[in-house]
Write a protein that binds this ligand. Structure first.
Ligand SMILES: Nc1ncnc2c1ncn2[C@@H]1O[C@H](COP(=O)(O)OP(=O)(O)OP(=O)(O)O)[C@@H](O)[C@H]1O
Ligand SMILES: Nc1ccn([C@H]2C[C@H](O)[C@@H](COP(=O)(O)O)O2)c(=O)n1
Length: 229
């Protein structure tokens, strides 16, 4: 009897384009698994801070990535997935801006990326996987039947982050957020290994002028066209 292959939908794109939002909604609607690959790079960054590993010590960062003690806990009684690093719940800590910036830096190292590759691939399980990241369609799941490249202008992404921070009551400067987004784009797009770029067979969706429902509508159309639902 032939084994049933696992359908994977990849969603790649720059920071703040809405990947996380769309992937969570899709995974919930379809009842599929969800891979937040950025969380893995953020975990390496956080663990390196805690173990005082220098940001330029690629060898130690590679060893750290290969032995990362992490659990993703989904419990019916909790709200979504909880990320546990070395026994401690770090779900909100890994979302901090400084952790994201360091994640983008450690993600430039080939050894770190290689160490995390298999950890990402094992998320592919029936009934299907929604994979959120920068290299899901190009490197991690090159055979995925649907690849989406979600973009939005840097100004619109900065506006969304600004609103998000304002809602949380955080002090935020639009100019600084825009500058950080542009710096992160440059680092993620220009690294030599697995840079952020659309896969040759990806469908690009520009969400600059689309709300979340409109993006979901386009994605669900694509799922139907590819007979994935
Ligand atoms: N189409 C949209 N229209 C308006 N706001 C949006 C849209 N998509 C996402 N947002 C909002 O933009 C913010 C960033 O979205 P999200 O965290 O999903 O982006 P992301 O691409 O996953 O970013 P990162 O890669 O940095 O984790 C959130 O506040 C989200 O609610
Ligand atoms: N597949 C991935 C996912 C993430 N990264 C790096 C680059 C990002 O700037 C950083 C944080 O990601 P986020 O949580 O903001 O999506 O991690 C990567 O290189 N490859």
């Amino acid at each position: 009897m032939a084994l049933k292959s696992v359908p994977v939908v990849t969603v790649d794109g720059p920071s703040g384009s809405g990947k996380g939002t769309i992937c969570k909604l899709l995974a919930t609607r379809l009842g599929w698994h969800l891979l937040d690959s950025g969380a893995l790079y953020r975990l390496v960054a956080l663990a390196s801070m805690r173990h005082q590993i220098a940001v330029d010590d690629e060898d130690s960062l590679t060893v750290l990535s290969a032995h990362l003690d992490v659990q993703f806990k989904t419990a019916a009684e909790t709200d979504g997935v909880h990320v546990v690093l070395e026994g401690e719940d770090v779900t909100s800590t890994i979302r901090q801006e400084e952790v994201g910036k360091l994640a983008s830096k450690v993600a430039t190292y080939p050894g770190v990326r290689q160490a995390l590759l298999e950890r990402q691939r094992i998320f592919a399980a029936l009934p299907g996987l929604i994979a959120d990241g920068r290299d899901m369609g190009t490197v991690v799941f090159p055979d995925a039947p649907l690849k989406i490249y979600l973009v939005a202008s840097a100004e619109e992404r900065a506006r969304r982050r600004f609103l998000q921070l304002q809602k949380r009551g955080a002090d935020a400067s639009f100019a600084k957020i825009l500058q950080d987004i542009q710096a992160r784009d440059a680092q993620d797009m220009n690294r030599s290994v697995a840079p952020l770029k659309p896969a040759a067979d990806a469908v690009t969706i520009d969400s600059s002028e689309l709300d979340i429902d409109a993006v979901m509508y386009e994605v669900e159309q694509l799922l139907r066209e590819r007979e994935l639902v």
